[in-house]
Design a binder for this molecule. Structure first.
Ligand code: ADP
Length: 618
């Protein structure tokens, strides 16, 4: 019941299109009534043709006393007086016209229903995407990329299928059933009552199967999401997988999850497909019962042959929509499973929100204070423990420490990807939680080991799609980043498409594009996660030169992996297991801090590593 309420939320997306919904319902009504007209017409047409039409029986009906009723009776009388073969042609014509009208209404109804369903899928997906973009980083680590893609794609597609069925079948078929039942009642109330009493039994059986469909569809959607996550991991991590010769392990995991998907899908299919034979059996029983009882009525003269045939047609017209409906129930239950997941995603509140009165952060100078901050990703393990230091505008701070010491986490906190659990971070005296996140982040430039490039032109990758930069500014930034020369050599220069994830460029070129992008952004604070990999020395010096230009005049935090960086830093912060072990310039740290000495001797004086696993990751 709860799920159903969630499902009905789909209807709220139909609100902007209420006129189209009305058109769909109206055309459904017309389809149903032309259908009822065709069925209901069998009896009078049969009687007209085969001579037993008793016009007097209709004279006493209330409507017939009116002017129109009189005209109708006269019309019918003149029909009766005509030649029977003329009559036959007229009846055939009426049947054809009705069929054509029905075809037109059916088209309008089917088309509008499909448009509405596709339209609300689009609206839901766009809204969901909006919400996801506003989510804080923890959402993505919790939900996983594969799962998120799956919800946006597969689950939303199920909503669309369900909506088509609701708009198409769930309006039309009950109308058809009602029309057919009314005719059946007029013809033979006793038989019709039996049919109506049987309906709830039928409904119960169908709903039981429907629940199984929903349960198993929900499971199979989860499997689909897992498969996407696995694929994403293995395709992006293909270098690592190959270097560890893990192909078989990945193959097995992929196969196993697909096996589970198959099993759950087939369970849903089984429940859905079992409905059809069930409906057939009920239909056969209903027809048998009808022939038995109706046949007796005809034999005893209580019902005419035409009446029998009409009733038979009406009964058939109830059974067909019932078949369709039972199928629709299966589809809708599957769609419900998708809708529940989509709306769960939609309703997740972002972990990090702007306070209601948040103002834009004014242009900053770049004085940063980490004021006794502590942080934990999971609420249990403290990853940053009472970190306390500050920087003056324009200073360069090198963060050093063993892997897992908390360097990246500090940067995440500075960009407010996560909120500190204790203490506070202030920039130019403003707590970063008090200003709009967008205004904070737009003043911080970030260059990480993983350079994210889009499948777009070089120029657009540098300007990041912003149109307010002129080509001159973009070229200027590229020059400062030592990227101009290689860009000029590309086939279309700045308009060259660079392929998915920048695959067509070398690692060094990608980094220089990322630097150009940050130079163009011109942030007051610059954060650099230095590459652990060593590039060839020419590439390396080009990058170092570009970074030196970028650092000038900005407060810079570097997760340092290079000797030159720590030597040039104004301050070195040594992190160990989340707390600050020592702060200072190189010489004094080397004399006083055992950890720094160890790190320095091991990491910074060691010859550059050959291609390591971390390189493969980026
Ligand atoms: P560093 O950059 O110094 O190598 P990190 O800041 O990446 O270290 O990690 C510090 C600690 O936080 C590590 O123990 C790591 O396992 C943990 N950690 C990092 N990211 C997450 C996350 N998203 N969720 C939970 N724990 C995390």
């Amino acid at each position: 019941m709860n799920d159903l309420r969630k499902y009905l939320r789909i209807l709220s997306y139909l609100k902007p299109y209420k006129w189209l919904v009305l058109l769909t319902v109206l055309s459904s009504l017309l389809v149903a009534s032309s259908f009822a007209g065709a069925i209901g017409g069998i009896l009078p047409a049969g009687d007209l043709l085969f001579g037993k039409f008793d016009l007097d029986a209709y004279r006493n009906l209330p409507f017939m006393n009116t002017e129109y009723g009189g005209a109708l009776l006269n019309g019918i009388q003149s029909l009766l007086d005509r030649d029977k073969s003329d009559l036959l042609i007229m009846i055939v014509l009426v049947i054809v016209v009705l069929a054509c009208l029905r075809a037109v209404f059916k088209f309008v109804q089917g088309y509008t229903a499909a448009y509405l369903a596709n339209r609300i899928r689009m609206d839901i997906v766009v809204q969901l995407h909006d919400r996801i973009m506003n989510q804080s980083l923890s959402f993505f680590t919790q939900q996983g990329v594969g799962n998120t893609i799956s919800v946006l794609n597969n689950d939303a597609a199920l909503i669309q299928r369900g909506a088509v069925i609701i708009l198409d079948k769930m309006v039309l078929e009950p109308l058809n059933i009602t029309a057919a039942l009314i005719i059946a009642f007029v013809l033979n109330p006793r038989l019709a009552t039996i049919a109506v009493v049987g309906l709830p039994v039928f409904g119960y059986a169908v709903s039981q199967f429907g629940r199984r469909v929903k349960k198993n569809t929900r499971k199979s959607l989860r499997n689909t999401a897992n498969i996407l996550s696995l694929l994403q991991e293995s395709l992006f991590g293909i270098k690592i997988i190959k270097s560890f010769v893990m192909e078989n392990y990945e193959r097995e995991r992929f196969r196993a999850e697909n096996g589970r998907l198959l099993k759950n899908t087939m369970r849903a299919v089984q429940a859905r497909e079992l409905m059809a034979p069930l409906v057939e059996i009920i239909a056969a029983l209903a027809v048998a019962l009808f022939i038995l009882l109706g046949g007796r009525d005809v034999l005893s003269g209580k019902m005419s042959i035409s009446g029998f045939l009409t009733f038979y047609a009406a009964l058939g017209s109830v059974l067909n929509p019932l078949r369709t409906l039972s199928k629709a129930v299966g589809e809708i239950q599957a769609s419900l499973a998708g809708a529940v997941r989509v709306f769960e995603f939609m309703d997740k509140l972002p972990g990090i929100k702007d306070p209601p009165d948040a103002a834009d952060m004014p242009p900053i100078r770049g004085e940063v204070v980490f004021d006794h901050i502590s942080f934990s990703y999971d609420g249990k393990n403290t990853v940053v423990n009472c970190v306390d230091f500050e920087t003056r505008p324009g200073e360069t701070i090198a963060l050093v420490g063993f892997s897992g010491a908390g360097k990246t986490t500090l940067i995440n906190l500075l960009l407010r990807f996560y909120d500190v659990s204790e203490g506070g971070i202030r920039i130019d005296g403003m707590d970063i939680r008090s200003v709009k996140q967008s205004s904070l982040r737009s003043q911080i430039g970030l260059v990480t080991q993983e350079t994210i490039l889009f499948n777009d032109t070089v120029a657009n990758n540098i300007s990041f799609g912003r149109r307010d930069y002129s080509r001159e500014e973009i070229v200027e930034a590229a020059k400062a980043a030592n990227a101009h020369e290689f860009i000029e050599e590309l086939s279309d220069g700045y308009d060259t498409m660079i392929g998915e994830r920048g695959m067509l460029l070398s690692g060094g070129q990608r980094q220089r594009l990322a630097i150009a992008r940050t130079i163009l952004k011109n942030p007051a604070i610059f954060v650099l996660d230095e590459a652990t990999s060593s590039l060839d020395s020419k590439s390396e010096s080009l990058i170092q030169e570009a970074i030196a230009r970028l650092i000038k005049g900005r407060t810079t935090f570097v997760i340092a992996h290079r000797l030159s960086t720590i030597q040039n830093a104004d301050k070195i912060v040594v992190l160990d297991k989340g707390h600050i072990e020592a702060v200072g310039p190189h010489a004094s740290l080397y004399a006083t801090s055992a950890i720094y000495r160890g790190l320095y001797d091991k990491q910074f004086l060691a010859p550059p590593e050959p291609v390591s696993v971390e390189v493969a990751k980026s």
